[in-house]
Each structure stands twice: as C-alpha cells, then as structure tokens.
Design a protein around this ligand. Structure first.
Ligand code: GLN
Length: 195
C-alpha cells in the first residue's frame, strides 16, 4: 500500500520509518501527480504557515482538498493537524486550512505555558481497534490547542480537558508527534482506515 507523506517541509523521515515498519510503502508527496498515486496521506509536523504557502506554490492545495473531500484517509500531526482543521487562530493572514475535520485550532497555544512536554495518554480507540490498550507516550512540541470541535468530531484523547487526538471519518489528527519513538499505534489507526 502506498501511503503519501507531504514532503514540502517538516519531519518527513520519522513518519516514513513508522509506515515502513507497518508494511506500507511511504511515498514523498510534493506535486499533484505524487498525490494522485497514493491511497492515504500523512501531513507531518513542521511549520503550518510555511507548509500552507508551499502547498499553494506547488498547486497542491486545491487537489489536496479535492482528495480529502473524496474520502482519502489522512493523518495530520501538529502542523498537519492545523492544515487539516476547519479554522486556525493565531495563524498568518494568508494561511489556509483544508477543512477536512471540523476543528478550530489555536497555533502554539500549549507553547505559551511550556515549549515542549511529554505525557501518557489513555486512548480508548486502541481497544476498539484491537490494539494494545496501554497508555501512549506523547511528545508535544509547540503544539496547537483545539479550541472547539464540531458535532462530527470524535475526541480520542485529551490533556487537561483539551482534545489532543481527534477523528472525523477517516481523518485523524494529533497535536502531538506520534512519529517520535517506536510506538506505531497511531499510524496503525491510519492504516486501518485504508484496509
Ligand atoms: N507551531 C507549529 C505551527 O504552527 C507546529 C509545530 C509542530 O508541528 N511541531 O505550524
């Protein structure tokens, strides 16, 4: 299975390692033609303002929105969560969101308290998916905070009442970085949407 990783900017390689370990073939996506060839897409962490600008420059933003509207499974982590959301607060004026999940997110909002932190998350969806139900060790780096969620959004994990892992249909977003470390369970949730 070919799983794309948006490779315009940000942490591409660790996602490629996780996908390979799950038996998928990671494909770097930089152009509309690259996007045509993949069955699912990971939008990695990085800088959402830069990735948004590069998506426009590559003529990739509108094709991405079309694929998402047509039901392509996607996993967005950190900056990727911002790009998949419906609306971003504290973004740059020209920054775009794909609107694939009905969330309003605020950039760098955890970062006001502390730039980075780690915590263990209880994720009930692991049990439903037949995965190991033990807590997931999550790393947050200048992470976005979910300000509000629409009715179609499932909140799969929270920190201090703030959603940090959400799903709407086959679109999954995390404000943390599941590609850091050896735990493949969040990527497995994406793969489960494809197979
Ligand atoms: N603060 C970044 C942004 O707004 C996200 C940080 C990250 O992806 N680690 O895009």
């Amino acid at each position: 299975m070919d799983v794309g990783i948006l490779a315009l900017q940000g942490a591409v390689e660790p996602h490629a390692r996780s996908l390979t370990r799950l038996g998928a073939r990671p494909v770097e996506v930089r152009t509309p033609a690259d996007l045509d060839g993949v069955g699912a897409l990971v939008l990695p962490g990085g800088e959402s303002t830069t990735i948004s600008m590069l998506l426009e420059r590559q003529g990739l933003f509108d094709p991405l929105v079309e694929r998402l509207e047509a039901g392509m499974p996607a996993l967005g982590t950190c900056a990727g969560m911002i790009l998949l959301a419906a609306e971003v607060l504290d973004g740059r004026a020209d920054q775009r969101c794909a609107g694939a999940i009905d969330l309003v997110v605020r950039r760098n909002a955890f970062g006001r308290q502390v730039d980075s932190f780690e915590t263990d998350l209880d994720i009930g969806a692991f049990t439903e998916s037949g995965l190991d139900p033990t807590p997931f060790h999550a790393v947050f780096i200048r992470a976005p905070v979910v300000d509000s969620t629409g009715p179609a959004v499932e909140v799969l994990a929270s920190v201090d009442g703030a959603p940090v892992l959400c799903r709407q249909g086959c679109v999954i977003v995390s404000s943390f970085h599941p590609e850091l470390g050896d735990d493949l369970r969040i990527h497995q949730l994406l793969i489960n949407e494809v197979t």
